[in-house]
Design a protein around this ligand. Structure first.
Ligand SMILES: Nc1ncnc2c1ncn2[C@@H]1O[C@H](COP(=O)(O)OP(=O)(O)O)[C@@H](O)[C@H]1O
Ligand SMILES: [Mg+2]
Length: 589
């Protein structure tokens, strides 16, 4: 949507959205309650993020009477000066994020005013906003409505109130809603929000329960910087509007000043190649813009800057997944994968993902895809979203999953968390429910998902091998000796020497825990010398020399070190694999 165009018809904007509230996602009482919480919480997270505050957010939903709910969201953000409350909350298309290229949840100044508009239309109650800024001595409570005809705030009252916090903002609305639990509920929204915002904590007071979600990381993600558009991907229309805004300047200057990664040299070169030397913007014709754009696309530039994006990050994503999914006792967390930043239409974006596999996750159901755009969970319109489409179009059969229907989600105990971050997410509608299938984003998602699926395939292979080796162990330790004794009794002979059979079957040096100590045991036919490497937070090495067949040696690694480490040995591969697959045995204890 072009903000500039709508601004010119500003007077009718509230009326327009009032009549078309489904465009903003307020199409049923159930969805309206959800959207109200979402818009307020998104704003709280944005406000905290802008200032580098660790968010602490309280959400209260109370049933006042049938289909009528009170919704109150309180944050510990910077608050907002009381003189700005009217415009920010009582006027559509008023926001602080229009002309900056920077990752944030809100983009158009539509969110919270849409919720206020819906509330006042369905119950007649005005909005109550309480704000406390650090520089104000006291907090202020402002009661307001939106004057729909004028798209102006109608302030009922402003009064000082006591609110004993450094800073923060509280909004209370009464609206026609329907409270649900489970899928697409307020609770699901907050739980998923917590996954993508592990630095935030939430207190939820819902009609049927209270939920506390603590933060799983204590570090604030760096505040994203605002940047100018990157030259690659800028479309003709964008180019023309940028030049219109600077009619009196010359072409080279406009290029230099309005694009990121545009050096003086490249601007000079572009102007020369396009035959526009010394010309001012006002003298350019449509044809010139076309040539200019073509030249820009054929010039090389540095990658877009990353610091305008705010990825969840490898460490935080890992910790967050562990905190959120450990209830399922998963067998495996993948390493988080990040792809990007790349560019589409001049906007940098990146993708990141982590997978959680096995344990108590359902085995017979389609895998679960958690979609996020700029750290906001997307719970609606899954079918038309780029993320779902990218997941479905991967050939999961190649990665050991059954995919009964081509281009549909595969089946298995898997959750994939996928985040697309951009200075401008290409949503399919104003309700910001699904990401459009922009080719550049689809490509990035495809390689991202392959990176995740490959890890799971490798893990499954290791798992299968480990099971094989474990089976062999039970064979040599219980079944074979018994067979030997029984058959020797039947034949009336002394028990045979089964060691050669064991080493044929096993062919590995195994690492096993026996009574709390770690041993290397040679189940091969040869004398083995090798180095054992324990790789965890620290690395430990130990040399083992001349371990004879069926001999075992106690290793000297301390128990504390062993617990969270992986074990390797510099043995030929077949043996290494066997050995490798066993540390789980002692890890489990
Ligand atoms: N919890 C909050 N704390 C501080 N400022 C807020 C808060 N909620 C809203 N605002 C201000 O109100 C503006 C309008 O919010 P909104 O209508 O949701 O638009 P958007 O989020 O797209 O900017 C925001 O840009 C922000 O400046
Ligand atoms: Mg918003």
């Amino acid at each position: 949507m072009k903000v500039v165009d709508l601004d010119r018809r500003e007077a009718s904007i509230s009326e327009f959205f009032d009549k078309n509230r489904q465009m903003l996602g307020f199409d049923s009482p159930q969805k309206a309650l959800f959207m109200t919480v979402k818009e307020a919480v998104d704003n709280s997270l944005d406000a905290c993020g802008d200032l580098g505050i660790l968010p602490d957010i309280t959400v209260k939903v109370t049933e006042i009477e049938k289909e009528r709910y009170g919704v109150e969201i309180t944050d510990n953000g910077p608050g907002i000066p009381r003189k700005d409350v009217g415009n920010s909350f009582g006027k559509m298309l008023f926001g602080t994020r229009f002309f900056v290229e920077r990752q944030s949840r809100g983009q158009q100044g539509l969110g919270i005013s849409a919720a206020i508009l819906y509330a006042q239309k369905t119950t007649g109650f005005p909005a109550e906003i309480t704000t406390k800024t650090e520089s104000d001595m006291t907090a202020y409570k402002i009661v307001l409505e939106i004057d729909i005809k004028k798209n102006e705030p109608l302030i009922h009252s402003t009064e000082p109130v006591i609110w004993d916090v450094k800073s923060g903002l509280k909004i209370y609305l009464v609206l026609k809603g329907k409270y649900i639990t489970g899928k697409q509920s307020v609770e699901e929204y907050i739980r998923e929000t917590a996954i993508a915002n592990p630095h935030a904590s939430f207190h939820l007071y819902l009609p049927d329960k209270t939920v506390e979600i603590g933060r799983s990381v204590e570090e604030i993600s760096p505040i994203p910087n605002a940047v100018k558009p990157h030259p690659y991907g800028v479309e003709l229309g964008d180019l023309i509007s940028i030049f219109r805004e600077h009619e009196s300047e010359d072409v080279q200057h406009i290029l230099e000043n309005n694009f990121s990664r545009m050096t003086k040299q490249s601007a000079e070169e572009i102007v020369k190649k396009s035959g526009l030397e010394g010309l001012s913007a006002s003298s350019l014709k449509q044809k010139d813009f076309e040539i200019l754009l073509k030249t820009i696309k054929n010039t090389s530039f540095m990658e877009p800057r990353k610091d305008c994006l705010s990825p969840i990050g490898v460490d935080a994503l890992y910790k967050s997944a562990i905190a959120s999914f450990s209830g399922f006792n998963p067998a495996y967390f993948s390493q988080p994968v990040i792809r990007g930043p790349f560019v589409y239409s001049g906007h940098p974006f990146l993708t990141e993902a982590i997978a959680v596999y096995g344990g108590d996750l359902p085995k017979e159901e389609p895998i679960k895809v958690l979609r996020f755009a700029n750290r906001v969970p997307l719970l609606y319109q899954s079918g038309s979203c780029a993320i779902t489409k990218a997941v479905s179009s991967l050939s999961w059969n190649q990665y050991g999953f059954s995919q009964p229907i081509k281009d549909q989600l595969p089946v298995g105990p898997l959750v994939v968390v996928i985040h697309v971050a951009s200075t401008k997410i290409p949503f399919t509608s104003e309700a910001k429910e699904a990401i459009a299938t922009v080719p550049e984003i689809m490509d990035a998602l495809d390689t991202l998902l392959k990176g995740i699926a490959r890890q799971i395939k490798t893990m499954k292979k290791k798992e299968a091998h480990k099971m094989q080796v474990e089976e062999k162990f039970s064979l040599i330790e219980q079944i074979l000796p018994e067979i030997a004794i029984k058959s020797s009794k039947i034949l009336g002979k002394s028990p045979p020497n089964i060691k050669p059979i064991i080493s044929k079957v096993m062919g590995v040096v195994a690492f096993r825990e026996i009574e709390g100590e770690l041993y290397a045991e040679n189940f091969t036919e040869k004398v083995q010398s090798f180095q054992v490497v324990l790789r965890g937070e620290e690395e430990h090495r130990q040399k083992v020399k001349d371990l004879k067949p069926f001999q075992k040696v106690k290793l000297s690694f301390s128990r504390e070190v062993v617990g969270s480490s992986e074990i390797y040995a510099d043995l030929p591969e077949s043996i290494l694999l066997g050995a490798y697959s066993l540390p789980e045995v002692f890890k489990n204890e």
